[in-house]
Design a protein around this ligand. Structure first.
Ligand code: HEM
Length: 409
């Protein structure tokens, strides 16, 4: 069994593995000089909040293969902006590129999200069955991002291919030929966004991409075209697959826990809690990476300077020290908001307000329009995607009463 296979298998259902580490080995050293996993909630939060010890700068572990580096030349250089930067520069880029994602600003997109949600549901409502991941969850977040940025909906399929390619490239174990192909996709993605940004610099439109293309940066930071491309790449790639998996897992958890579906159908005000407990229970982003800068002791283990460090958000979310009976899906958990599904510290998810809004609308509309929703077939074995980076369902087949659905405006 290759290391990659072992790890993807673990990530499909990593919770027993996490529980073992919490008890005996909370700072787990990975084999082959691969770094350390931080698994306790308290330690993950501490590390995330101390970027002077656990930096995000230039943490790409492996040097690019020379052929991949040559392919990359045709794209834009990728200077550190947000994910791969530390405060204080990090926050200046965050202020620059993500103004439209503030809790207040995202509210203005509610009617658009509602319209897109209903359009997608219209596509299958009469049928009485749907493969929700492919026909809804994977489509809605990209459609929303396209509308916000002002990119043509017809480009959504390409953008999805590129964004998925990026996630795949983040995996540590990608066969070389595939890695080169992914590098080519990355270049196409960068060139596409470069063109779209330049078009809006020449002639601004009424869209979020024009804002990102033209805002004046704080004089302390550089903000040329490659910086702007890097920030938009992040919006498209970090904001779509994650949200898709969160939506799918929320529905799956809703339908596999006795009485939960009925309870939430009776009271839609529970939907935001359902979403937060989903993010705790089945976090789409199970971990993120840092590099340790100064020898640092956590839970009795010294992490040496220079080590790669994995902040295991998914493990922190299952830490019984904070969340009793962590394996239980409990809508009444009083401290659910302390989950690490959106990370913690300065890098915590800038898209969280959008993801929350999208989830609320999507879940409300699905529950209102699809009556008697249930999993298709007598037995449903969840199929978790093969990934060392993200965690979510590959497929979610549902049935419901056909034709009972009305799209309210
Ligand atoms: C349910 C959906 C989502 C989940 C589970 C999620 C999860 C996360 C997590 C765990 C982090 C922290 C990474 C770290 O500390 O290294 C993060 C950061 C980030 N997310 Fe999300 N995210 C979601 C939706 C979105 C959306 C809709 C956007 C769109 C803008 C987005 C954009 C970003 C960006 C740009 C960062 C980097 C922030 C920084 O480094 O300062 N995410 N996300």
């Amino acid at each position: 069994v290759s290391q990659e296979h072992a790890w993807t298998e673990v990530l499909k259902c990593p919770y027993e593995f996490y529980a073992g580490l919490h008890a005996d080995d909370p700072i787990h050293e990975l084999p082959g000089d691969d770094g350390f996993m931080i698994t306790r909630h308290e330690d993950v939060v501490w590390a995330a909040r101390h970027p002077e010890r656990f930096t995000s700068r230039r943490i790409r572990y492996d040097e690019l293969d020379p052929e991949a580096a040559e392919i990359a030349q045709a794209g834009y250089p990728s200077p550190p902006t947000v994910v791969d930067n530390d405060p204080p520069e990090h926050s200046k880029y965050r202020d620059l590129g993500f103004q439209a994602f503030s809790p207040k600003r995202v509210q203005q997109f509610e009617p658009m999200i509602r319209r897109l949600t209903d359009e997608l549901i219209d596509g299958f409502a009469e049928r009485g069955r749907v493969e929700l991941m492919g026909e809804f969850c994977r489509l809605l977040p990209m459609a929303v991002i396209c509308e916000m940025l002002g990119l043509p909906r017809d480009d959504a399929a390409d953008l999805t291919r590129w964004a998925d390619g990026r996630t795949e490239l983040l995996q540590k174990y990608v066969p070389r030929e595939r890695a080169l192909e992914l590098q080519r996709l990355e270049v196409e993605f960068e060139q596409y966004l470069g063109r779209e940004i330049e078009a809006r610099q020449a002639s601004p439109r009424d869209d979020v991409l024009s804002e990102i293309a033209n805002t004046t940066p704080d004089p302390a930071i550089e903000c040329e075209l490659p910086h702007r491309v890097a920030m938009v790449l992040m919006i498209v790639s970090a904001g779509t697959e994650t949200t898709a998996y969160a939506l799918g897992s929320a529905i799956w958890l809703l339908l596999t826990h006795e009485g939960l579906y009925e309870r939430v159908c009776r009271d839609h005000a529970l939907i935001p809690r359902l979403f937060e407990e989903t993010l705790r229970n089945e976090s789409p982003s199970q971990w993120s990476q840092r590099r340790c800068v100064i020898d640092t002791e956590l839970s009795g283990t010294v992490i040496p300077a220079g080590s790669r460090v994995l902040l295991m958000f998914g493990a922190g979310n299952r830490d019984r020290a904070l969340f009793p009976e962590p394996q239980e899906f409990d809508l009444d958990r009083p401290n659910v908001k302390r989950h690490l599904g959106f990370g913690a510290g300065p890098h915590s998810c800038v898209g969280a307000p959008l993801a929350r809004l999208e989830a609320r609308i999507a879940l409300e509309r699905l529950l209102a329009r699809l009556q008697n929703l249930g999993l298709e077939g007598p037995v449903f074995e969840p199929w978790w995607v093969e990934s060392t980076v993200l965690h979510g369902l590959g497929e979610l087949r549902l049935r419901f009463d056909p034709g009972a659905s009305v799209a309210l405006s």
